[in-house]
Design a protein around this ligand. Structure first.
Ligand SMILES: Nc1ncnc2c1ncn2[C@@H]1O[C@H](COP(=O)(O)OP(=O)(O)O)[C@@H](O)[C@H]1O
Ligand SMILES: [Mg+2]
Length: 250
């Protein structure tokens, strides 16, 4: 869980202690939840099943739509609150909010549509032949301008108050010749409305550095490098200009 190791530790402990069961709801019941929440009128099938979430291709009327469903762990009746259920709804809401913030600022992300509990509906990136590929699986014809645009988008994202917490060639889709960011579950808000500023910016700059290194690993195959040590301080300075770093509380 992003930004809160304590809850995670408690969930791990409760799994060990047997007060949380790790069974998942069946595929059919997930589809039923999507339909009954009104997020889609038809679920076509899963696009991807990750560690924490499954992404489905669905339809809302005639339009394709992507639905990310965070996996729930059911709680047993032997005491304890349904921590995992609440937490996954919280993560879906967090991802929805960051997507919205990025999208409003004109950064290429799948337009968020709606969030209901642990489910998040967004624009489907792809076409009739299938979903847009991950950058990791693409061989770029013109890597240099692509990288330049991508780095510009990382900066635009930060200006919009969002740092992607898990940036890598696995969380960038290539659609219409452009890079689109997905998977904001670990994203960090760096505008002035979040938590304690200095901590957030430390976390954000670590995440940025880590993400740029991961992207750098991908671009090395084209003989291109990413100067994380130049870019990260520049982005932080810019954020500071908006009064985040220098804010020393109320
Ligand atoms: N809006 C979307 N349009 C098309 N495919 C998507 C979309 N969102 C996610 N996917 C597909 O689902 C995969 C997993 O999504 P992601 O948000 O990265 O979840 P995870 O937490 O499992 O990594 C992506 O790699 C991509 O292939
Ligand atoms: Mg991902």
């Amino acid at each position: 869980m992003p930004n809160d190791p304590y809850l995670d530790a408690s969930v791990r402990w409760r799994i060990r202690a047997g007060t949380l069961e790790t069974q998942e709801p069946s595929h059919g019941s997930v589809v039923d939840s999507i339909l009954s929440a009104g997020l889609a009128t038809e679920v076509v099938g899963p696009l991807s099943a990750g560690k924490e979430a499954t992404v489905f291709l669905a339809r809302l009327g005639d339009a394709p739509i992507a639905i990310k469903v965070y996996r729930l762990f059911r709680t047993s009746h032997r005491g304890g609150r349904p921590t995992k259920v609440d937490m996954m709804a919280w993560i879906a809401a967090h991802e929805f909010e960051l997507l919205r913030q990025a999208w409003k600022a004109g950064v290429r992300v799948p337009t968020p549509a709606r969030r209901v509990e642990n489910m998040l509906a967004m624009r489907y990136l792809g076409d009739a032949d299938g979903p847009a590929p991950r950058l990791q699986d693409v061989r770029l014809d013109e890597p240099a301008p692509f990288l330049e645009e991508l780095l510009g988008s990382v900066e635009a994202l930060a200006r919009a108050g969002v740092v992607h917490g898990d940036l890598s060639a696995f969380n960038v889709l290539v659609h219409d010749g452009h890079a689109w960011f997905i998977d904001f579950s670990d994203g960090i808000r760096v505008d002035r409305f979040g938590g304690v500023p200095w901590r957030r910016l430390t976390v954000a700059s670590d995440a940025l550095r880590h993400g740029l290194r991961a992207l750098g690993g991908y671009f090395r195959r084209y003989g291109l490098t990413i100067e994380a040590e130049t870019i990260v301080p520049r982005i932080l300075r810019e954020l500071d200009r908006f009064g985040v770093l220098s804010a020393d509380g109320p």
